[in-house]
Design a binder for this molecule. Structure first.
Ligand SMILES: [Zn+2]
Length: 384
């Protein structure tokens, strides 16, 4: 029997708003973040930039991350929704500021205000989770109430999806969160993936699938295995699935040219040796008249601009190509394995093949059962 096909994976370019860099002439989907909209005149600049980029979808991240940064840097933190949002010397960020910014940006998806968990060693994960959970549940509830109010007044589009950032390390902590999320109105969840390995991401997604969650966003990632995992699960298990990253721009800043097929990082700086046969095999509109030598010898700002455009194009293109392959795991993984020369990436893709096959065959069983098959040692799905 042919399997049902659901959503298509969307990639959002993050890091556009705080840099004023549009990679190329067209950006399909942009992720903005609330504090970036309010540095000096930045909301006007973002409107200008957005008009030029003319994206199909906008996502608005609440910028809770800036709260943890402010705390780390001993910045003054105020919490007052009646006062303007502050992002420079002091930080004043509340759910009201998030929703008011959403009313201006008109995103397809937005996240509630959150307080991200930090990377922690296994002995500290319970404490770190408990430190943040109170804030996260309260802010999710408040953001949701304000979103519904803004929708009722016609200030926000009815289709704007509210995603709740899930800030936890373990499946037990997920149980705890969902016990208290019962009364919150929301459309889906977003998860920061920096604390999870591939197994962890799949376990969390299995959990969401069993909870009946229809919309998922993975924050801050665009590695090939994560793209493949997301494309496959988008097609077969979720209605809406998206990812975002700033890697197109960060890589460009480090003189990195991303491989058009497997997103391998190639450093192109002055001491990179480029052979006469290193011909560019990229179909992007930027590379067509270039050689690696030409790129390598570009002036720094031109090079940054060029690499941003190329990197962004290849990530967007890989996401589309992988999404087209994602009807069957066999076909998708075997083509991706053939497309790379990197042994560690081949190994990771083979591992993904097993994990996705297990997802398919165990989709009707309990999360605990799936966990016991996938995870051999306790918490081996946490990245540390
Ligand atoms: Zn290119």
């Amino acid at each position: 029997m042919r399997k049902q096909e659901l959503g298509t994976l969307l990639y959002f370019n993050a890091g556009v708003g705080n840099s004023n860099v549009i990679p190329g002439f067209k950006v399909e989907n942009i992720l903005y973040n609330v504090p970036d909209c309010w540095r000096g005149n930045s909301i006007k600049e973002i409107f200008n930039l957005d008009r030029n980029a003319n994206p199909k979808h906008r996502m608005l991240d609440s910028g809770g991350y800036q709260i943890s940064l402010a705390e780390k840097n001993n910045k003054r933190i105020i919490y007052d929704s009646t006062k303007p949002i502050l992002v420079n010397d002091s930080l004043n960020l509340t759910p009201a500021h998030v929703v008011n910014t959403a009313i201006l940006i008109k995103p397809t998806k937005m996240t509630s205000l959150d307080y991200p968990i930090k990377e922690a060693s296994k002995v500290n994960i319970e404490m770190e989770f408990r430190k943040k959970i109170g804030y996260n549940l309260t802010w999710a509830t408040e953001t949701s109430t304000l979103v519904q109010y803004a929708k009722s007044l016609g200030h926000l589009n009815q289709n704007t999806q509210l995603l709740i950032p899930i800030q936890c390390f373990t499946l037990e902590q997920l149980d705890y969160i969902f016990k208290y999320m019962k009364d919150i109105v929301y459309d889906g969840v977003s998860i920061p993936v920096r604390n999870l390995n591939l197994k962890g991401i799949i376990l969390f997604l299995f959990y969401f699938y069993k909870m009946g969650i229809k919309s998922v966003h993975l924050l801050g990632t665009s590695s090939l295995p994560v793209i493949a995992l997301s494309a496959y699960l988008a097609k077969h298990y979720f209605k809406e699935f998206s990812i975002d990253s700033t890697s197109w721009r960060e890589a460009a800043g480090a003189n990195i040219y991303m491989g058009p097929k497997d997103l391998t990082n190639y450093v192109l700086n002055y001491n990179t040796i480029v052979g006469p046969y290193d011909i560019i095999d990229c179909l992007c509109p930027f590379c067509s008249r270039y050689t690696f030598t030409k790129i390598k010898n570009m002036q720094q700002t031109d090079k940054f601009d060029f690499l941003s455009c190329h990197n962004s194009w290849v990530i967007n293109n890989v996401v589309k190509e992988v999404a087209d392959l994602s009807s069957s795991i066999d076909n998708m993984i075997s083509i991706l394995v053939n497309n790379t020369k990197r042994d560690n990436l081949k190994k990771e893709l083979d591992n993904l093949y097993i994990l996705l096959s297990l997802f398919d065959s165990l989709k009707d069983s309990e999360v605990k059962n799936f966990e016991s098959v996938v995870s051999r040692n306790k918490y081996d799905y946490i990245r540390r």
